[in-house]
Design a protein around this ligand. Structure first.
Ligand SMILES: NC(=O)c1ccc[n+]([C@@H]2O[C@H](COP(=O)([O-])OP(=O)(O)OC[C@H]3O[C@@H](n4cnc5c(N)ncnc54)[C@H](O)[C@@H]3O)[C@@H](O)[C@H]2O)c1
Length: 339
């Protein structure tokens, strides 16, 4: 199972990392252009370096091929260690490279975004986007070590920081009403370590009862059925939308569908949408057909569109069938809030 280490200061992380990497022949950082510039210089570990372009649009086969080429070039072998230093794009692609290079080599994550610290680095899902579909190719790589140091968040742009909050809020919505209520009442969200720890506790609960996403773990997909459709739509557009922003839109839509099915009250719906709209500046969705196309192509769906719905705040229902009308009406509702 995964192991998580928490470090309040980079100096403590450096001490631990230097010690940990000694047991490998070779360590190799995988970074993106931003984490190379802003995060790598904070670390004192001696290692080779593989760099890819920053951004979701580079979580693709070209970047992966580049990583495989570089691993070969550096002579990486079964006794080498990959250190993924970055956000969810880096942990996803580096984890996939580690799972596939020489049938699997050791790796650890040093997540540098809130989203990766609280969510993406945990649970062993790795992968890349393919043919315009998010996370179509990937593996479960279940043994990561994850070293968390919130000091990296100091350089993270505010919009990216907020994007990470979406997954944190999602964890609260599906599993912890008290944490959600506490979160909406406390505007000082600078206590990132406690936010992150709570979110990780919740994610770890789901991973431990259902490591391979067969049943309960699917609850973590709340907001992602419609959210992934929205994210894929914007991947093709000039306007950028962040993963957390797409998930925030998805959560509003899927909460609305929960409300329409009498699973949550109007008050609950309003506190969810108020919470999300306070933290995020979200664009209206103009092309419903395109979102629908992506939702239908999403790997998680076969003939029917299945979705996680809330059953009150803090609980959920798995595998709820939704149809095009549900999605259209929820997108209309979402637009009415932001236009
Ligand atoms: N595997 C999973 O279980 C899982 C779960 C949730 C999300 N994800 C994936 O995570 C990805 C999104 O992750 P993300 O939001 O971290 O995106 P990201 O990795 O693209 O990082 C966001 C931006 O912040 C920059 N950055 C990273 N750390 C920084 C720092 N400390 N200072 C300044 N800039 C920094 C990056 O270069 C990038 O430009 C998506 O691809 C999503 O599919 C995976």
């Amino acid at each position: 199972m995964q192991q998580v280490g928490y470090f309040n200061h980079i100096s403590e992380l450096n001490l631990y990392l230097n010690d940990y990497t000694r047991s490998f022949d070779k360590s190799i950082f995988i970074v993106d252009t931003n984490t190379k510039k802003l995060c790598l210089k904070k670390l004192s570990v001696k290692a080779d370096l593989i760099e890819i372009q920053a951004g979701e649009e580079f979580k693709n086969l070209d970047s992966l091929t580049h990583i495989w080429n570089e691993l070969q070039h550096f002579g990486a072998n079964r006794n080498s260690l990959i250190i993924a230093l970055g956000g969810g794009v880096i942990t996803d692609i580096a984890g996939f490279a580690a799972a596939t290079y020489m049938r699997g080599i050791s790796f650890l994550y040093v997540p540098t975004t809130l989203l990766a610290m609280a969510d993406a680095a945990h649970g062993g899902k790795t992968g890349i986007d393919f043919n315009g579909v998010k996370n179509l190719i990937g593996t479960f790589n279940m043994q990561p070590k994850i070293f968390i140091c919130p000091e990296f968040l100091k350089t993270l742009p505010d919009r990216e920081l907020k994007s990470g909050l979406a997954e944190v809020i999602k964890h609260y919505l599906i599993y912890d009403k008290i944490a959600f209520n506490h979160f909406i009442k406390n505007t000082d969200n600078s206590l990132f370590l406690s936010l992150i720890q709570k979110a990780i506790e919740i994610k770890t609960h789901f991973i431990s009862i259902d490591p391979f996403d067969q049943k309960e773990r699917k609850a973590l997909n709340f907001g992602h059925t419609i959210g992934h459709g929205v994210e894929s739509l914007f991947l093709k557009s000039e306007h950028r939308i962040l993963h957390g922003e797409a998930v925030a839109i998805g959560m509003i839509c899927e909460s609305y569908i929960s409300f329409k099915r009498n699973l949550i009250s109007e008050d609950d719906l309003q506190s969810i949408q108020n919470c999300l709209l306070t933290h995020f500046s979200l664009p209206a969705i103009t092309t419903f057909d395109e979102v629908m196309k992506f939702v239908k192509h999403d790997k998680k769906h076969t003939k029917t569109i299945n979705c996680i719905l809330l059953n009150g705040i803090g609980t959920y229902l798995l595998d709820q069938q939704i149809d095009e009308d549900d999605i259209n009406s929820s997108l209309n509702y979402f637009n009415s809030l932001v236009q």
